[in-house]
Design a protein around this ligand. Structure first.
Ligand SMILES: Nc1ncnc2c1ncn2[C@@H]1O[C@H](COP(=O)(O)OP(=O)(O)OP(=O)(O)O)[C@@H](O)[C@H]1O
Ligand SMILES: [Mg+2]
Length: 254
């Protein structure tokens, strides 16, 4: 397996926040970690990214043990909820920031930066500053900045939570296309069931630090591990059509 988390544990103040979490995923896939607020999603992601050290357990990526490496030594990029863009830099400068430490000449970095800005539809705004663009555009810059360093794994923590519903749907589609085009392996955290069902190749459903189920959306739909999963995903309100589409049953009350 490409990414392997085995028996990860993390406590804060003596309280188990992530309890013996093991999961695997294949290269080039998108895994959604889904669960209610406080269940340990961000903590799990931060352990994969290296921003938190697990109390015990192991993280392997493409055969390499990452468990004790600092974030900058991991072949992993993270897109945070708040984007973390630099306000005093242009879009292009933001996007190429990570190339500084990778031996690129300024000209090569700028060329590559333009390619990545083009990929997220912002080539014509390269010289703009962060405050001059919209939330959705900032999200795209953050994504380009994470992907330009060609990580083996890209982590995203609720990246669309600050966007309005329509833009969220659009960004979801764009992200999925980008992920497929680049054959990028992604772990995406969300507490939005619909988003997870639509986006993911596999879904890891967490509750109070425990992993309840990790499987494809369709297999979870057809065979939820327990009643909690069934209720949490509102499976009674969904239909999986013959052609593999997910539909919501809209109940009309008289
Ligand atoms: N640095 C910390 N110190 C103490 N407790 C923490 C710390 N970080 C997280 N926690 C606690 O660990 C639990 C899990 O937090 P985490 O941020 O992983 O949840 P989450 O699933 O990402 O939630 P949300 O959907 O609200 O972002 C929560 O009870 C939280 O209060
Ligand atoms: Mg979180």
């Amino acid at each position: 397996m490409y990414l392997e988390l085995s028996h990860l544990k993390k406590q804060f103040d003596g309280k188990d926040v992530v309890c013996d979490l093991s999961l695997t995923m294949e290269k080039g896939k998108l895994l959604c970690i889904l669960g209610s607020s406080g269940c340990g999603k961000t903590t799990t992601l931060n352990m994969i990214g290296g921003f938190l050290t697990p109390d015990s357990g192991k993280i392997l990526l493409d055969g390499q043990d990452l468990t004790r490496l600092p974030p900058e030594q991991r072949p992993v990029s993270t897109v945070f909820q708040s984007y973390g863009l630099f306000p005093h830099m242009t879009l292009l400068e933001n996007v190429i920031y990570g190339l500084k430490f990778r031996g690129f000449s300024k000209a090569d970095a700028r060329k590559k930066g333009r390619e990545y800005l083009d990929m997220v539809g912002l080539a014509d705004r390269a010289g703009a500053f962060i405050h001059e663009i919209s939330g959705g555009q900032q999200q795209r810059v953050a994504l380009a900045r994470a992907l330009i360093v060609e990580p083996k794994l890209c982590l995203l923590d609720e990246p669309f939570c600050n966007l309005d519903a329509a833009l969220r749907v659009k960004m979801r589609e764009e992200l999925k296309k980008l992920q497929r085009d680049l054959d990028m392996t992604m772990v995406f955290v969300t507490h939005d069931q619909e988003e997870a069902m639509i986006l993911s190749d596999s879904m890891a459903i967490m509750e109070q630090g425990h992993l309840l189920q990790n499987d494809t959306p369709e297999r979870i739909y057809r065979n939820p591990a327990n009643d909690f999963v069934k209720r949490f995903l509102n499976l009674d309100d969904l239909i999986w059509t013959q052609d593999g589409k997910l539909m919501k049953i809209i109940s009309h009350q008289m």
